[in-house]
Design a protein around this ligand. Structure first.
Ligand code: HEM
Length: 395
């Protein structure tokens, strides 16, 4: 057998990482990656414990591959790049927008969006689940929960999409991606300007951030506010599209489970969670060690980066019985698609509601939809994986 060598940018890792993750879990669970002088964690328990140990593993030097590995981008002041206590204070400020209660209040509008898109499938006979369905729900939910103007939804979607596009060859974030990221920053600044000029975003995320007093009573700078806005724009859209398309695909592979949901729509939520576990879109987020430490007996030096390979943890047989099986009744008590610890996903209640409502509306409109897998396209990326194009037909 070939010696085990892991590089997140290797073509086989960017297109089909599960075989190497399985080997890493068994042979080298705290795997040293010489190219980046970092470690990659693949077992559930190690990832879970490291993500929760914020006193040792910091996010302040970044968490993404562009921040920690290729260094094409610096960290920016938002929840995901702040350690407690600053992160906890900001999170408390933003949390009211995304509590289960706040999400419940949006459900009727979310259902209206997904029913409208599902009706298109019936009218046209065919639809791309990623762009014409999941993306509409994700951007709609983002605008509803934050107060971002709905008329900007399409522009927002195209900026975010461009950030995640990858060229073959494994260079990570592309120059077009950097440009889209800058455009998103300008758009965020423009929203702040419009708010300050009295454009009427009286409630919602922008107002919350503009009015806030943080730390010792200071106001946030505009670039800090823009950082938080960008985090919501990016965090809330791309991953959802990938997870949702994966769920639609899995259910077409398992028509018996799909029929169960049609009979009991409450199971749609479980199906979405199980697809998130089995087809976790985010490949990893990283941390930097603040002092010398050990992970599962392996020494990690201060300033070394550690990658948390979420999809591998989510397929770890030490945590999940028969982990490669799609089972909507699994209801795993723990999983890693939304992270773990103080930085776990702030938008998870919203994402789960979007997923459940989206599946319910789709099955109401087309309970026997057919996936055209031969024509589907997937993103080959070190960072986010999943379908970029998944056509389905009404029957
Ligand atoms: C299926 C969809 C989603 C997935 C798979 C996902 C995944 C994640 C993961 C893995 C993290 C933790 C990152 C880390 O530990 O470094 C995270 C954090 C975060 N997510 Fe999500 N997310 C999703 C949807 C959303 C939505 C809809 C929003 C907002 C509208 C959102 C906002 C955030 C924010 C603000 C954080 C940072 C939390 C903190 O650092 O305290 N996410 N997400």
């Amino acid at each position: 057998m070939e010696p085990l060598r892991y590089d997140p940018f290797a073509p086989e890792v960017m297109t089909d990482p599960l075989p190497i993750y399985a080997r890493m879990r068994d042979e080298d669970p705290v795997c040293f990656v010489p190219r980046f002088d970092c470690f990659a964690l693949t077992r559930f328990e190690d990832i879970w414990a490291t993500a929760r140990d914020w006193q040792t593993f910091s996010v302040e030097r970044g968490t993404t591959s562009a921040q920690l590995l290729t260094r094409k981008m610096g960290p920016y002041p938002a929840l995901g790049n702040l350690d407690p206590p600053r992160q906890k204070e900001r999170r408390k400020l933003l949390n009211p927008l995304l509590t289960p209660g706040a999400v419940r209040a949006l459900e009727a509008e979310l259902r209206a969006i997904s029913k409208r898109q599902a009706a298109l499938l019936r009218e046209q006979g065919e639809l791309d689940v990623v762009t014409d369905y999941a993306a509409r729900i994700a951007i709609g939910a983002l605008c509803l929960s934050t107060g971002f103007p709905m008329e900007d939804a399409e522009q927002l979607r195209s900026f975010v999409n461009a950030i995640f596009v990858r060229e073959p060859g494994g260079g990570g974030l592309t120059p077009e991606g950097v440009a889209a990221y800058d455009a998103l920053s300008r758009y965020a600044m423009d929203l702040i300007g419009r708010h300050r000029a009295g454009a009427g975003y009286a409630s919602g995320l922008i107002a919350l951030l503009c009015e806030a007093r943080v730390e010792d009573g200071r106001r946030l700078e505009d670039d800090e506010i823009a950082g938080h806005l960008r985090e919501f724009m990016i965090g809330g859209t791309e991953t959802f599209q990938k997870a949702f398309a994966a769920c639609v695909h899995r259910l077409s592979e398992h028509p018996d489970q799909r029929r169960e949901i049609a009979r009991d729509p409450r199971l749609a939520r479980d199906a979405f969670m199980e697809a998130l576990r089995l087809d976790t879109p985010g490949q990893f987020m990283g941390r930097t060690a603040l002092h010398d430490t050990q992970i599962a007996g392996v020494p990690v030096r201060r300033d070394q980066v550690v990658l948390l390979i979420w999809p591998s943890g989510n397929r770890d047989p030490r945590e999940f019985v028969d982990p490669d099986r799609f089972d909507i009744r699994r209801r795993a008590p723990r999983m890693l698609a939304f992270g773990a610890g103080v930085h776990d996903c702030l938008g998870r209640h919203l994402a789960i509601a979007e997923g459940a409502i989206g599946i319910q509306s789709l099955l109401e409109a087309a309970p026997d939809y057919r996936v055209e897998l031969d024509r589907s396209l997937r993103l080959a990326s070190e960072f986010i994986q999943g379908f970029t194009f998944l056509p389905i037909r009404a029957s």
